[in-house]
Design a protein. Structure first.
Length: 188
């Protein structure tokens, strides 16, 4: 029989506490699994943060594209509905500046006759865009619908302004960083 140090000799020696690894063999496994789960959660959270950042970047690019398309469409429509026979070439040039493709060609070929008609009829159109909305848009093309209000005065109206309302559909294309009108048509 062993005697405890500093004891009288009649008390049994009790063994000290066992090392933790031996006392709870599953504790190390639990801690390892917990650390692994925590690491997975951190990685998953990081992936979510990166995805959110990319989504916000894409949304910002798309929002900027919508703004550029609407601005270009409004500018073209306002040039188209604001024509003054006294500044006919200036009015025509404003529309041509925002045109491309077939629309630019058609507009260019009819310029001379349009100026003659404007001057002969002493036509003045004055208007503004009430609203415009993007119907479709991608990286290099878009379709916009616009509604306008304004007046037309010419010899047939005794040079008195008469209310005119137009709804226009524009097909735009991105050309060299600018959104230009490839087609413009009146819609019901």
């Amino acid at each position: 029989m062993e005697v405890a140090a500093g004891g009288a000799g009649d008390e049994p020696v009790t063994p000290g506490p066992e090392p933790r690894a031996r006392r709870h063999p599953s504790l190390n496994l639990v801690l390892y699994v917990l650390a692994l789960l925590l690491a997975c959660a951190v990685v998953f959270g990081g992936v979510l943060v990166v995805q959110e950042h990319r989504d916000r970047g894409r949304a910002a690019v798309e929002q900027e594209r919508y703004g550029e398309v609407l601005s270009a469409a409004r500018t073209e429509v306002e040039a188209f509905i604001n024509i003054d026979y006294q500044r006919a070439q200036e009015s025509i040039d404003a529309v041509a500046a925002g045109a491309t493709g077939d629309f630019a060609k058609q507009y260019d070929t009819s310029t001379k006759s349009v100026i003659e008609v404007l001057q002969r009829n002493k036509s003045v159109m004055d208007g503004k865009v009430l609203w415009a909305g993007v119907v479709t848009v991608d990286s290099d093309s878009a379709t916009v619908i616009a509604a306008t209000t304004g007046t037309v005065a010419n010899v047939s109206t005794d040079n008195q302004p008469v209310a005119r309302y137009f709804r226009l559909k524009l097909d735009l294309q991105k050309v060299g960083g600018d959104w230009l009108t490839a087609n413009l048509e009146f819609v019901g």
